[in-house]
Design a protein around this ligand. Structure first.
Ligand SMILES: C[S@@+](CC[C@H](N)C(=O)[O-])C[C@H]1O[C@@H](n2cnc3c(N)ncnc32)[C@H](O)[C@@H]1O
Length: 313
């Protein structure tokens, strides 16, 4: 272990706050983060006592790579000084919140998405890496098929933190981007993120297409809620807004509503790209066909599962 160790206080397996031993936090945080990325069993086990708290034996695998951020957030950054009581208390408070299931992204207040640092809190879903597949598909169309349109109108339906709208806008600044959400609180987060990143987007509040009624778009993207209301996965996601996760009994309600009303809101030859659950690709494809979409395609997520379906009107 390099550097001068600081006295640290961390949780043990039982979740009790205990003086553990001297820890060089900068080093340990790096190892823990590396273990998360590399799944290095040795590093994982050495740090299990600390890691189980911040990792929380969570199914939320996206959070583990930012364990180092939690230490930084608590002020545990100076490995040459004794741990200050205030930093210890801050870490304790953060770890307690983690134990209740809050995602690390809420604890540290930011999440990286498609190269952007987005501010996130309990008003919005934590953007997932899988959604970058949808963003990449949209950018690909804007660079290819839609390259001839000087200022294409693009809409992100259900924008949450603004993740999709902002990532596409940054890659394709010529877009006239509108970001919608039924949640005014979520739109406030999206606007803060746009301002922080210096990106210009329009926001509109309302349910799906009604937020932009009467307008037509060259490209529409959406990652709507698609988890069925009784799905067991919802329990592990309880810290995130329920309205961002489930649209109703089947999980298909929002996807089908967006598809049914898309022809009235897309330009002729306009595109609609949708993220959905791993077992919903066939239902989404069938609904697109019923509405007259052609050139229907599908994209897989990083795990190889069919998670995006889209087509051209
Ligand atoms: C799965 S989250 C996606 C958030 C963001 N686009 C992302 O990918 O990280 C779904 C979003 O749809 C919004 N939403 C839910 N019902 C809606 C509706 N009826 N009309 C518009 N937006 C809705 C939620 O507030 C939430 O922000």
């Amino acid at each position: 272990m390099t550097g001068t160790p600081i006295e640290a206080v961390i949780f043990d397996w039982g979740g009790t706050l205990t003086p553990w031993h001297t820890v060089d936090f900068a080093e340990e945080a790096r190892v823990l983060a590396a273990a998360a990325v590399d799944a290095d069993e040795d590093a994982h086990q050495r740090l299990a006592a600390a890691g189980d708290v911040v990792w929380g034996r969570s199914r939320d695998h996206h959070t583990s790579a930012t364990v180092a951020d939690l230490f930084v957030e608590a002020g545990l950054t100076h490995d040459e000084s004794l741990l200050e009581p205030a930093a210890s208390a801050a870490f304790e408070a953060l770890a307690s919140r983690r134990l209740t299931g809050e995602p690390l992204a809420y604890l540290v207040g930011t999440r990286e998405f498609h190269g952007l640092s987005l501010q996130v809190d309990a008003r919005v879903l934590v953007p997932r890496p899988d959604t970058e597949v949808l963003v990449d598909w949209g950018i690909e169309l804007l660079r290819g098929e839609l390259a001839g349109i000087a200022a294409p109108e693009v809409v992100d339906l259900g924008t949450g933190s603004g993740a999709i709208a902002l990532a596409v806008s940054r890659a394709q600044p010529r877009c006239r981007m509108t970001a919608t959400d039924v949640s005014a609180a979520a739109l406030a987060v999206a606007r803060v993120n746009a301002e922080r990143l210096g990106l210009s987007i329009e926001t509109a509040c309302g349910s799906w297409w009604s937020a932009v009624q009467g307008r037509r778009f060259a490209l529409a993207l959406s990652n709507p809620p698609y988890i069925a209301a009784r799905d067991d996965h919802l329990e592990a996601l309880r810290a995130e807004p329920l309205s961002a996760l489930t649209p109703g009994t089947t999980g298909l309600e929002a996807l089908l509503e967006i598809i049914a009303n898309a022809p009235a809101q897309l330009l002729s030859d306009g595109w609609l790209l949708l993220e959905h659950g791993f077992d919903q690709a066939d239902a989404v494809r069938a609904a697109l066909q019923v509405q007259g979409f052609k050139r229907i395609g599908m994209r897989r997520d990083l795990a190889g599962l069919p998670r995006c379906t889209g087509g051209q009107l």
